[in-house]
Design a protein around this ligand. Structure first.
Ligand SMILES: [Zn+2]
Ligand SMILES: [Zn+2]
Length: 286
């Protein structure tokens, strides 16, 4: 017989949320489960679902709603970088039932998801991406896809299955995606500039300058400063020095931060397109 803390350990090993059958298979009898719930080691969220008390509010909401985390919520829970989105995205199979619960802000995905389904309480990354493609569109999908590639959370085989499942319009995104994007901002830049036919090379090492986020057209460096506390005078000094070294080699540098890229893209886009046009000699000042 398992003690309540051993039941909690099994639940943690299963990802923090477990179905009754999974815990039973690991030696927790119904009596053990009752004791562990009474003792507070685990919670019974609804029939057939147990969880550790410290699971996130979004995961709890999805289960209370009758499903599990899906789409962007599942991608976020898996550690992928995702664009800001509203609500808790919940996956229910066609035989599932929605349930009322407090503070419901759920966006429900009904899907059979045969291709990737596992009998688990945690969704797989490929399925989360598949749902994102239909729910949130190309840009959100692309950003999460690059994050999954960079973190090695999707295999080559899973990529080809996913590609086969999605409409042809998504093919270009698989061609565009790289494993090198270190932040969502980089992915957003690559995606949005690709809409103008602009190809950017990412994470390029330049002698005396170091590694830069992007180089466009062989001469325009674009840096996406999204790494948080990046703002001190020392960092600014280092950035200026890098820009000076880059200028000495004939590069031009544009820097943008998280707020600009996320919330004022037209300014970022105008700056990049303006520089490219000016270099091409097609702009007359004034
Ligand atoms: Zn969704
Ligand atoms: Zn809900």
């Amino acid at each position: 017989m398992l003690t309540p803390s051993e039941v909690a350990t099994q639940c943690r090993a299963l990802g923090g949320v477990a179905r009754t059958a999974e815990l039973r298979a690991r030696g927790a009898s119904r009596h053990c489960l009752r004791l562990a719930v009474r003792d507070g080691s685990i919670e019974r969220l609804r029939q057939g679902f147990y969880a550790l008390p410290d699971i996130s509010a979004t995961r709890r909401a999805a289960i209370m709603h009758g499903g599990i985390l899906g789409c962007a919520s599942a991608a976020e829970a898996a550690g992928l970088w995702v664009m800001p989105f509203a609500g808790v995205h919940v996956w229910l199979t066609p035989t599932g039932h929605e349930r009322a619960h407090d503070d419901c802000a759920c966006v429900v995905h009904w899907s059979e998801a045969l291709a990737f389904r596992r009998n688990r309480a945690v969704m797989t990354v490929p399925l989360a991406l598949e749902q994102m493609a239909y729910c949130l569109g190309k840009e959100a999908f692309f950003v999460a896809l690059e994050s999954a590639l960079h973190q090695h959370k999707i295999s080559a085989e899973e990529i080809s299955s996913l590609r086969a499942l999605l409409p042809h319009g998504f093919d270009e995104l698989f061609r565009l995606a790289t494993v090198s994007a270190e932040s969502g901002l980089e992915s957003i830049m690559r995606y949005r500039l690709s809409l103008h036919g602009i190809t950017v090379r990412g994470q390029i090492s330049i002698p005396t300058v170091g590694r830069v986020d992007f180089v466009i057209d062989g001469w325009l460096i674009v840096e996406a400063d999204g790494k948080g506390n990046h703002e001190g005078p020392e960092q600014r000094h280092r950035d200026h020095l890098r820009d000076a070294h880059a200028a000495a080699l004939g590069y031009d540098t544009l820097r943008f931060d998280y707020a600009l890229i996320m919330y004022d893209w037209p300014s970022v886009e105008a700056a990049i397109l303006g520089r490219l046009r000016a270099r091409a000699g097609r702009v007359v000042a004034g």
